[in-house]
Design a protein around this ligand. Sequence first.
Ligand SMILES: [Zn+2]
Length: 370
Amino acid sequence: MPDKVTARFKQILSELPEDKKRALYKRLSGIPADGRDSFIRQFVLKYDAGNTVKPKMNGSKHADRNIGRRVTAIVAAVLSLILIVKIISRRNDIAQMFSSLSRQTGISQSDSPESAADDGSSCENQGLEESQEPVSTDLTSATDTGVAQETSVTPTPVPLKNDHPDLSGLVIVIDPGHQAETDSDTETLAPDSTIVKPRCTSGAVGVSTNAREYEITLEVGLIAKSYLEECGADVIITRDTNDIDLSNQERANLAVAANPDIYIRLHADASPESETSGVRVFIPEDGSFVAEDTSLADQLGAIVAGNQGVNYLGTFATDAYTGLNYASSIRSFQLVMGYISNSDDEKRLTDSESQYELAVSIADFCALIK
Ligand SMILES: [Zn+2]
């Protein structure tokens, strides 16, 4: 696709209100990969035509009246919408509304690439520790007690550092790994693979305080979304609640449909070795950006580890993760922010100041792409 169309599409994305953006991603995710370019081209054409064409003036009073009626109707509709949104936002319920809407319509289950389970699968390639990732045994109570509801919040502004980067013009997709409930239905590991894996797992459980990986990733993800947006980026987060069923494949599809500059999957995994601590990055083995990504991923790992005062454990190109395999056409990074099988890492990753600093370091990394 010509760069001009891509650039214009990104610009339109940044102008669209959140609900329109979500609807657009939903449509895009339902279109086969080879049809997306033409859809995007058509979309840009129609969008620009719709925004520049002026109503025809033929001098007829009848036509004027029609236009007048339409304008009145549109104004009334917009005012009603603003009123509804104001009422709802006062109740701080927007996030819950989105998640319950998508559940009622079954969107997040099948059509929408909005959430994905983490690749809770083993990392067969390098014999890395993720294979030992413990699975939460108390999922039902976590959901039933409303824990998931409480974390379903609209991101609030976070303080900007004085030396924050300017990320305007960048489109960034953040995927907070895992979700409250494991979905053991399966999906294929890669587009051309017959190997299947669970759609999504709940992820690791902390060794000292039973911290949940899916909660940590959402907390960091929401702070990062706010921070990156305040730096000027257009940010899409694949989930804003723990109470969701979004497979790794669906998360990847959502990311690809957004045509982002950067796709970052957030994880806080477990290792069989309790002393394992630090930051690690995974990238897709056969990604379009694999050569460039290796050096970028090294920089991501080094920036985040330096910021957190922990070891950088290296970057690994792998085909073990569904969420990376289906997003190999874009710049994809799976950032393991630490290992909650290690008590120091668990303490760090559940500390709000450290979570904020993680967001700051992610923003510093994104500035490298500009
Ligand atoms: Zn994980």
